[in-house]
Design a protein around this ligand. Structure first.
Ligand SMILES: [Zn+2]
Length: 116
């Protein structure tokens, strides 16, 4: 199915509308509702996770194993940060809560690529 082919293999973190647009390019008949419902089904089955990294913007992430995110201030681009690259201390020591999950969202801008 085209929706699965796109959203489960993308390296990006698309919004539902971005998924819809990508699928529509190949299958113009597919409806927005179909895409939305399919994404929710994928989410319920743990195939994608749904992230709110910016206010009012829900994106889907096919990488469901723990990892962190970098959000580019200028472009809004979302990049994955490997779990091991950051260390968050004392999560286990938080009082009065039972932690199920956590994620660090790093914001900033990308440095220009280094030239040799
Ligand atoms: Zn991600």
């Amino acid at each position: 199915m085209a929706i699965a082919a796109y959203v489960l293999t993308t390296e990006d973190h698309p919004t539902a509308d971005q998924v819809w647009n990508a699928v529509k390019a190949e299958f113009p008949m597919v409806s927005r509702a179909t895409v939305y419902n399919t994404l929710q089904t994928f989410r319920e089955h743990g195939l994608v996770q749904q992230l709110v990294l910016a206010e009012g913007s829900v994106v889907f992430d096919p990488k469901v194993e723990p990892h962190h995110h970098f959000v580019d201030d200028e472009t809004g681009a979302i990049l994955d940060i490997p779990w091991n690259q950051l260390r968050v201390g004392k999560v286990d020591e938080l009082e009065g809560v039972e932690v199920r999950d956590y994620m660090v969202v790093v914001r900033g801008r990308r440095k220009a690529a280094k030239r040799r």
